[in-house]
Design a protein around this ligand. Structure first.
Ligand SMILES: *Cc1c(COP(=O)(O)O)cnc(C)c1O
Length: 453
């Protein structure tokens, strides 16, 4: 990779007290005016961000291993994205694609049809958020099949709107008290190798786990009632769970045989993150529909559903859309971000990042008894923390350790995120443009924090 030009020095720096006085003052103002239901995991306020560095209002600099939840894969203010956005806003900020269409939307659709798995005829529709994309993929699948049921998995996360809350697995904080939820959503077991019960020949294989899920679908719903299977090829909020090899292809093959639409929710795992453009590619799975958001537009709000032309075009004119969907500025940002991904070969770069992170985390796991599992793909890696001495036995979740490690790393200038059904997973989502040196420095901090926990 050629070095990326950055404005901010790519180094962490904590100056004086933390959080600093300006962040504390903003926290006071915030508590009087911002709804308490929006929580922030980091107690400092951003003033600037560039490459893999976030600078706060007190001048502290943090290495960002969260990328704003897998969004700023091309860096926090990629030159090409910034230039494209500037140029776009100087022309027009909005016309509404459903009123007066424009080229950017069409060009993004061309890119997504090209980049998503499979060489079949495709169509794309654009929205603003991941949840909106997921809702619309379900709309398309239901209309195209004339069926109602949607199958989702344990540990799944698909968003916070009413339908996507129903699709999401975890109650607290995403669903608790917010019901009633949308009907015709059915949940089946995921393949979660670390916490899997033994299969017929020892550890449950991906195919066995898929057959278990399929058996439940056939018995409890009936294949001919199912519009779609919706799955994250690598689960995000649920704990960076990579299903056992064979799980996804077996489900996809069954969906094909039974006329069920296979929807890959690649909102978090997409756009180079796992070392491929899309995580489905690792097992040569070709989804019928793909949902995308997060890393798609270098930080601007944009999401998409791309899928088989015959499914997408089954929907009547006016059946899909939204006032802001495919906003021209966001489309310009997406085209620039995708160009940066190509120019810098960020899929390969994500693989390289994984090759740095994975051995370091495995070596760390040898030195402590609180890391139960190291997993992930490419630049989407995680450690699952357990109570001391339970890693190979009861695997008792240790969310307290996850919390204290993240706090300790933050005090040293490294932003880390937790996830997982049990809140005991620390996930690493660095911008893909992070330098090897900066990544190594951040991993030193993480290592010290784990060993101190
Ligand atoms: C974040 C996420 C969503 C929801 O995206 P929003 O933009 O927050 O609505 C959906 N699916 C997956 C897999 C996600 O990670």
């Amino acid at each position: 990779m050629t070095a990326i030009a950055t404005r901010l020095e790519q180094a962490r720096r904590i100056t004086g007290s933390f959080p600093g006085p300006r962040s504390q003052e903003l926290a006071r103002r915030r508590s009087a005016v911002v709804a308490a239901g929006v929580a922030s995991s980091v107690p400092v306020y951003a003033a600037d961000a560039d490459g893999a560095i976030v600078r706060d209002v007190d001048g502290n600099q943090f290495i960002d291993l969260g990328s704003g939840i897998a969004v700023t894969s091309v860096g926090a203010s990629d030159r090409a994205v910034v230039a494209a956005v500037r140029d776009a806003v100087e022309h027009f900020t909005h016309t509404c694609f459903m009123v007066t269409p424009y080229e950017g939307y069409v060009a993004v659709a061309e890119q997504l049809n090209e980049l998503t798995p499979g060489d079949h005829e495709k169509r794309t529709v654009l929205f603003n958020s991941g949840a909106e994309a997921v809702e619309n993929a379900v709309k398309v699948a239901r209309l195209a099949t004339g069926r109602n049921a949607v199958v989702v998995f344990d540990h799944a996360y698909h968003g916070r709107t009413n339908l996507t809350m129903a699709l999401t697995a975890k109650s607290m904080p995403y669903k608790h008290g917010f019901g009633p939820f949308a009907p015709e959503v059915y949940r089946v077991p995921m393949s979660y190798p670390y916490r899997e019960e033994a299969g017929i020949a020892g550890k449950m294989t991906g195919e066995e786990a898929a057959r278990r899920a399929i058996g439940m679908i056939e018995k409890q719903i009936g294949a001919d009632q199912v519009a779609a299977i919706l799955i994250e090829p690598v689960q995000g909020e649920g704990g960076f769970i990579v299903p056992a090899e064979g799980f996804l292809p077996t489900l996809a093959a069954w969906a094909k045989e039974t006329g069920v639409v296979f929807i890959a929710d690649e909102v978090q795992s997409g756009f180079c993150r796992t070392g491929a453009w899309f995580a489905s590619e690792h097992e040569h799975v070709v989804p019928d529909l793909v949902t995308m958001a997060k890393g798609i537009a270098g930080g601007l709000p944009l999401s998409a559903v791309t899928g088989r032309a015959e499914l997408m075009d089954a929907v009547h004119g006016g059946g899909l859309g939204g006032t802001y969907g495919g906003n021209p500025v966001a489309c310009a940002a997406a085209l620039a971000a995708i160009q940066t991904m190509k120019d810098q070969d960020l899929p390969a770069r994500a693989g390289h990042i994984g090759d740095i992170i994975a051995p370091r985390l495995r070596a760390l796991a040898e030195k402590t008894d609180i890391i139960g599992d190291v997993r992930g793909r490419g630049a989407m890696m995680a450690i699952e923390l357990v109570k001391p001495g339970t890693a190979g036995t009861t695997k008792e979740p240790n969310p307290e350790a996850a919390k204290s490690i993240v706090q300790a790393a933050l005090a040293e200038g490294v932003i880390l995120l937790t996830c997982g059904t049990y809140g005991n997973v620390i996930r690493l989502l660095p911008p893909l443009v992070i330098s090897d040196e900066l990544l190594a420095d951040a991993l030193d901090v993480l290592e010290a924090a784990v060993l101190a926990a």
